[in-house]
Design a binder for this molecule. Structure first.
Ligand code: AMP
Length: 282
């Protein structure tokens, strides 16, 4: 595995590979890799000649009061995991190379899609995501880029951006990888106290119950939402940020369930904010 810090060197290598007719699969991450990240890498490994994984804790997608400074990092373990999963190029850009002094250009998907769900409590988050992904796409020059369904709103926003701006890259969405008790894997799970860790699977349990209710014929978004809220509230220490039932592609709210729907939740366990979702075809 080739570890690269310089964006100039990375571009030289991937351009040569593309000129030789090789395909490039790209997995952007913020590191502290777990099996969720590795599932994206494994899929990219199967579908491409060259796999590039980036590790960059992107400052512009953190709001000022968020966990940028304390976000977990472990370069050594990340390199071992990437190498054993068959990554060809591990790209570790520096913040200075991504946002040099005087940096002033941002990419933003306007409107409802970035304002709802996580956008309500994280108003600058998606602007940071679309900006950094744009820059990384320009550096990595991928044919296919892999993202997790775990961040369903991020996927919807990036698909909108790629379509609107005519990026020549295909977004591949990979299923959520979970712990044995259903908790969606996340680098932020490492913040949880043992007690919070036992409580956090309530997010997945409440979504599974919603899925069961829908399978049994329930079509009211309000009733589904209330049921999820009740289940999470029953864990006294979890503070709900949102429970939303929306169109899976546009993220528009729906009252009566129809088509492809996304049920998404965010809740805080102490200072740790976790998200989860399920997508259902009704
Ligand atoms: P992050 O490092 O949290 O920015 O995540 C990098 C990529 O891994 C994103 O596309 C995430 O959606 C994806 N990802 C994170 N956790 C999971 C998971 N549990 N299952 C599948 N994909 C995930």
């Amino acid at each position: 595995m080739n570890i690269i810090i310089s964006k100039v060197e990375l571009r030289r290598i991937v351009k040569n590979a593309r000129n030789d007719g090789k395909t490039i699969g790209f997995v952007p991450t913020m590191g502290f890799l777990h099996d969720g990240h590795l599932s994206l890498i494994q899929r990219a490994r199967k579908e491409n000649d060259i796999v590039v994984t980036s590790i960059f804790v992107n400052p512009t997608q953190f709001d000022p009061n968020e966990d940028l400074d304390t976000y977990p990092r472990d370069m050594e373990s990340d390199c071992e995991l990437m190498a054993s999963a068959g990554v060809d190029i591990a790209f570790f850009p520096t913040a200075e190379s991504i946002y040099p002094h005087g940096y002033a250009t941002y990419v933003q998907v306007e409107g409802n899609m970035t304002q709802v769900l996580c956008g309500r409590s994280r108003p600058t988050h998606f602007k940071g995501v679309t900006t950094v992904v744009t820059k990384l796409f320009h550096m990595v020059f991928p044919n296919l880029a892999y993202f997790g369904q775990k961040d369903a709103q991020q996927v919807a926003v990036l698909k909108q951006m790629v379509g609107d701006l005519d990026f020549d890259v295909k977004i591949v969405v990979c299923p959520i990888v979970r712990e044995g008790d259903g908790l969606a894997m996340s680098s932020r799970n490492s913040y949880l106290t043992p007690e919070q860790r036992t409580q956090a699977p309530v997010l997945h349990r409440s979504l599974c119950k919603a899925k069961e209710m829908i399978a049994n014929g329930e079509r009211s978004a309000a009733i589904i939402k209330q049921n999820i809220e009740k289940k999470i509230d029953a864990i006294g220490s979890a503070a709900i940020d949102y429970v939303a039932v929306v169109n899976a592609h546009t993220l528009e709210t729906m009252e009566s369930l129809k088509g492809e729907i996304l049920i998404a939740v965010a809740a805080k366990f102490g200072d740790t904010r976790l998200i989860d979702n399920i997508q259902i075809e009704v």
